[in-house]
Ligand binder design. Structure first.
Ligand code: ATR
Length: 289
């Protein structure tokens, strides 16, 4: 029997997620018999991971968003090295093991890949570039992981300086026996003390409102450094920071590119084939203003 496979996003609130539109368009394009739905309740997690292939609610894969990226880990049988390093999982693949007897749920993190792919559309390599990351939450952790893996010189600035210090401590060596990576931390208002080729806005300040209320960056800073400015917020697409960057002659990268690229990688993890990125992008852009 050709059972419709179910995928979905687990998040709360999940109402405004753009993932269903992107993935359902991708399934239609590729002729995949699957549906992508929304789930809000993590408590059902263990149960939904274990349902049989033929059950109506059987789930083959999940995107995980706020606030479940850390708490989902306890439901998983295996996690990738990057989930372990970042401490957060945004992708679950559920597959059969032991000759179909057992289901296993495996966790991945594609946020850092989505970020780096979006960055590479503008900058071929970040090796030895000075990158300032504003924020030290879950999103910033994934971003810093990607940046230091590729040899950037990273400075993490955060309102709560202890959280920035923790990222530096956690990531100053990416693996046992690895070289120490050049990574520094500080408070947001210390930004003027650092050189900057790329500025990444990864705080959630202003999310759900009209964008970032406080400006973390001065016009003088932008004029002096001329960084590429990447804001991971995509509502609105041109945030006040990006507008300020444009007005001061800086190149910008908008936040929906990270969303798209992390979803493209999720598709590839679930199906083992190239995602129809153009179709997903077109669908996403119908909802982005
Ligand atoms: P996410 O997963 O989106 O990163 P998070 O883990 O809650 O969300 O982290 C939110 C980040 O935005 C944190 O770095 C937070 O700073 P604190 O660590 O000081 O809380 C930052 N942030 C949120 N609102 C902010 C504001 N108004 N000003 C400055 N930073 C803010």
């Amino acid at each position: 029997m050709n059972v419709t496979r179910i995928y979905g996003i687990l998040a709360h609130p999940v109402g405004h997620s753009l993932s269903p539109a992107m993935f359902n368009a991708a399934f239609a394009e590729m002729g995949i018999n699957a549906k992508y739905e929304v789930f809000e309740n993590l408590a059902r997690g263990r149960k939904i991971f274990r349902l049989e292939n033929s059950s109506p609610g059987y789930i083959s894969g999940l995107s995980i968003s706020l606030p479940y990226k850390e708490s989902v880990i306890e439901f998983l049988d295996e996690v990738s090295e990057d989930v372990r390093a970042i401490g957060a999982c945004n992708t679950v693949k559920i597959q059969n093991d032991d000759g179909d007897v057992k289901k296993i749920a495996i966790g991945f993190n594609t946020d850092w890949i989505g970020f780096m792919e979006a960055l590479k559309e503008k900058i071929a390599s970040v090796k030895n570039l000075n990158v300032i990351v504003l924020g030290a939450g879950g999103a910033a952790r994934a971003i810093v992981y990607g940046l230091i893996k590729e040899g950037a010189k990273v400075v993490v600035l955060n309102r709560t300086v202890e959280k920035a210090a923790k990222i530096v401590k956690d990531f100053s060596k990416l693996c046992k026996g690895c070289e120490t990576v050049p990574i520094q931390f500080g408070r947001l208002d210390e930004i003027e003390n650092f050189k900057c080729d790329v500025l990444v806005q990864a705080t959630s300040a202003g999310v759900g409102t009209e964008g970032i209320e406080e400006s973390f960056v001065s016009e003088e800073f932008l004029q002096k450094n001329e960084p590429v400015v990447f804001d991971i917020i995509y509502k609105p697409l041109i945030t006040p920071l990006l507008q300020m960057a444009i007005d001061n002659g800086c190149d910008i990268i908008t936040g929906e590119k990270m969303l798209l690229n992390q979803a493209v990688k999720q598709f590839e993890i679930w199906f083992g084939e190239k995602a129809p990125k153009d179709v997903m992008n077109k669908e996403l852009n119908k909802f982005i203003v």
